[in-house]
Design a protein around this ligand. Sequence first.
Ligand code: ZN
Length: 145
Amino acid sequence: MDPFMQAAIEEAQKGLAEGGIPIGSVIVHDGKIIGRGHNRRVQEGSAIKHGEMDAFENAGRQPAKVYREATLYTTLSPCAMCSGAILLYGIRKIIVGENETFMGEEELLRSRGVQVDVVHNATCVALMKQFIADKPELWNEDIGE
Ligand SMILES: [Zn+2]
């Protein structure tokens, strides 16, 4: 498997072990992970710490050039908030673990020129399916439903 998707899955698993929502993300530039994170809404009582947002936060301030050259990996199709951050910072390519359990703003991203590759990873699907079955109320809260 792509080692960067593997790293994003490890972040998701870390989040699950903490009692959180199992979604992870890494940002890769020049063959190296410059930011990694996982959904921390439950852990930190946060309204904004989705996996992708946590990876952006962990990467810290970066020059525009770095974002433009970076690839963001996420275990789940990115929601409107995270897609907004991807557009804001000009990320041009994202790799999505799965979009079966949640379809994010992939069309919006593509319409704005972002390359969106969905890899249909079975581990990503299994993590979310199990979580949604176990804690449907937490999941609905995460996607604003
Ligand atoms: Zn999100």
